[in-house]
Design a binder for this molecule. Structure first.
Ligand SMILES: [Fe+2]
Ligand SMILES: [Fe+2]
Length: 165
């Protein structure tokens, strides 16, 4: 059992990760419609990763004898004007998740919940990597034109992305 305040916060993050998955699926659709199937694959894999993150919270709650509670998802942004718009929205979303994780760590620390602190360590690392990944993609995209030769090379590269467990 965990303090109820912490259970609510962990459960919110379980749902936030599902919302992130929902949002990345909408981003994939921008690329699918344009015929950039590599970028679409990248975002569909990203959506699966977020679902995997959600299930880590699900399993942690179950391990601690708590019940995961599903909340309704909100409609994600469905209209993007460019690949850069999608990438910048992705980075903004990851920064928001990082601050949610930090708030959870702060709460677990205040409550002296060491098991939860240890569980959250993985997410601190993961957020560092996710933010870096999108920052790097934005840096590459700054020098190229959407639909241009180098962009299509990136599209081929992203077609190879697979879910890492
Ligand atoms: Fe995540
Ligand atoms: Fe993420």
């Amino acid at each position: 059992m965990l303090p109820s305040k912490l259970v609510l916060a962990l459960n919110d993050q379980f749902n936030n990760e599902l919302q992130a998955s929902h949002s990345y699926t909408a981003m994939a659709a921008y690329f699918s419609k344009k015929g950039y199937h590599g970028f679409a694959n990248f975002y569909l894999v990203q959506a699966k990763e977020e679902h995997f993150h959600a299930m880590k919270f699900y399993e942690y709650l179950v391990t601690m004898d708590e019940k995961p509670m599903l909340q309704s998802l909100s409609e994600p942004k469905n209209h993007y004007v460019s690949a850069m718009d999608v990438l910048e929205s992705s980075l903004a979303q990851e920064k928001e998740v990082t601050s949610n994780i930090y708030a959870l760590v702060t709460l677990a620390d205040e409550l002296q919940e060491h098991a939860t602190l240890s569980f959250l360590d993985w997410f601190i690392e993961e957020q560092m990597e996710e933010e870096k990944m999108f920052r790097d993609m934005i840096a590459r995209m700054k020098h190229i034109e959407e639909g241009g030769e180098y962009f299509l090379k990136m599209d081929d590269e992203f077609a190879e992305r697979k879910l890492e467990g």
